[in-house]
Design a protein around this ligand. Structure first.
Ligand code: SAM
Length: 467
């Protein structure tokens, strides 16, 4: 049986209350008046479908603070060719890596899929997070495995399925629940090692040899030279436009993808203060900074809602900071994450989704106070709701008369979404990555760059100037 068809990839599965909420967002009065009910409904249905599929290209941010883009592109090509040679008998493996036409530190690689892959009788089940990683080119890491054939030995071929609703019991031998096929692989460990109780298995449990979506595995590939990052996340760094010698605050920084980009854009000259509320995530920021040879990053565990202090302090290196301490502030806010792809199922309740806007406003208030006059504040999220995006912008503009919206460079996404009462001029200054506006699963004819720009995760960026 061939499993490359749409039918095997359902729309994202959400709680009915969440689907209803999102439908009201995408079919709000302003949208209905502008595009009509049919088009609004079609966009919403497209969104639900494309969220469960991975984007059709992989974006790698190149360490252009360490080497020219073309040198990095050639080295990456060589590394990935070596990887392909190991995995197949093909004479001369071909790897397509293109520089992004407008973003100077981005390399693009096409994703091949969904491919027609034959399902095998041996079934292995992984959790949904691991399933999504496999769809983006990863191998199966042992901790992600929840069920495997009873007598599975290293070297056995298995079909890998993603457990959509987290219902499979760890250590099961089979699973009849809601699952989706993500490709075939070779077990690297016996079942007994994977589910050993004393020493939980680590490392690759199944090496994917015939995935439903084929893209190179970047595991251990040129770690100091390329950093996998969604295109809209790279755009954020450029929109913030940090300059050498400046002092920048990244308020919600872990694992540090954007922090490192900011430091790289400054040529590692100046200071990038990275805060995150969760202690062990701070280690990830430091590790990433070290891997990318960046010295200008200072990471602290801190609740950023309290990062500003009016108490006169001695010049302290870490938080809290006096008002107007930073030239630029990035608030890449904690959010409902409903733009992430591929995401085949979310068990989040509406209450959880609606808990974010109040937190985002507290963080935003601190951000405005910490920013110098004449400084730039960038607010971003990886979600598609109005309440976390355009409505936050409308609230910010009415709450802080010192803020004005600024044009963004590059502006690759679409404009802001109707429904929050913003003017057409204001909407044009916002950048919303809306995969549902362009997404056609069959459109493989568009150029790699065009697909990379439009077939992205759902994302939102607003840029403000404080006067
Ligand atoms: N900017 C990061 C990057 O590009 O790698 C991703 C940030 S993620 C969207 C949001 C982060 O906010 C999470 O790591 C979370 O721990 C952190 N966070 C949530 N509430 C926070 C708070 N009150 N103060 C600081 N960090 C917070």
């Amino acid at each position: 049986m061939h499993l490359g068809e749409m039918s095997v990839f359902p729309k994202i599965s959400l709680k009915p209350e969440v689907t209803g909420y999102l439908r009201n967002v995408f079919l709000n009065k302003e949208v209905l008046a502008a595009v009509g009910p049919q088009e609004a409904e079609s966009r919403f249905q497209k969104l639900l479908t494309c969220l469960s599929h991975p984007p059709s290209s992989t974006c790698a941010r190149a360490s252009t603070h360490l080497a020219p883009l073309e040198d990095i592109r050639l080295s990456l090509e060589e590394e990935l060719k070596k990887q392909q040679k190991c995995g197949s008998s093909a004479e001369e493996p071909s790897v397509q890596i293109a520089p992004h036409p407008r973003i100077t530190d981005v390399l693009l690689l096409p994703v091949d899929g969904p491919r027609a892959v034959e399902r095998l009788s041996s079934e292995l089940v992984v959790d949904a997070q691991c399933g999504s990683a496999v769809l983006r080119g990863a191998h199966v890491f042992a901790p992600g495995i929840v069920a495997s054939p009873k007598y599975m030995k290293a070297g056995d071929m298995v079909s890998v399925f993603s457990d959509l609703e987290g219902r499979c019991t760890r250590g099961a031998t089979r699973f009849q629940g809601n699952k989706v096929f993500v490709g075939n692989g070779v077990a690297e460990m016996d079942r007994s090692a994977i589910f050993a109780t004393e020493t939980p298995a680590r490392g690759v449990g199944v090496r994917m040899v015939d995935p439903l979506y084929k893209s190179p595995s970047f595991d251990g590939v040129l770690p100091s030279m390329v950093f996998l990052q969604n295109l809209p996340s790279v755009v954020v760094g450029h929109v913030l436009a940090p300059q050498p010698g400046e002092r920048i605050l990244d308020m919600c920084a872990a694992p540090g993808g954007k922090t490192c980009h900011i430091a790289a854009l400054m040529g590692d000259k100046g200071e990038v203060v990275a805060l995150d509320r969760i202690r062990n995530k701070i280690d990830r920021i430091r590790q990433n900074a070290q891997t990318l040879s960046l010295q200008s990053i200072k990471a602290f565990r801190f609740n950023s809602t309290q990062a500003v202090s009016d108490e006169p302090t001695q010049e302290a290196e870490g938080p809290p900071f006096p008002p107007e301490s930073f030239d630029r502030v990035l608030l890449d806010a904690p959010c409902s994450g409903l733009g992430q792809r591929p995401n085949m199922a979310s068990t989040w309740s509406l209450k959880e989704i609606c808990s974010y806007p109040p937190l985002q406003r507290k963080l935003f208030q601190a951000a405005v106070r910490l920013l110098k006059k004449g400084g730039v504040l960038v607010y971003s999220t990886c979600t598609v709701t109005l309440s976390e995006n355009e409505e936050q912008v409308a609230w910010a503009l009415s709450t802080f008369p010192c803020l004005s919206l600024q044009p963004q460079e590059p502006h690759i996404g679409s404009e802001g979404m109707l429904g929050a009462g913003l003017s057409p001029e204001q909407l044009r200054l916002l950048q919303r990555f809306s995969p549902e506006l362009s997404w056609e699963q069959t459109d493989t004819t568009a150029s790699l760059a065009r697909r990379a720009d439009t077939d992205t995760i759902g994302f939102f960026i607003a840029k403000f100037l404080k006067t």
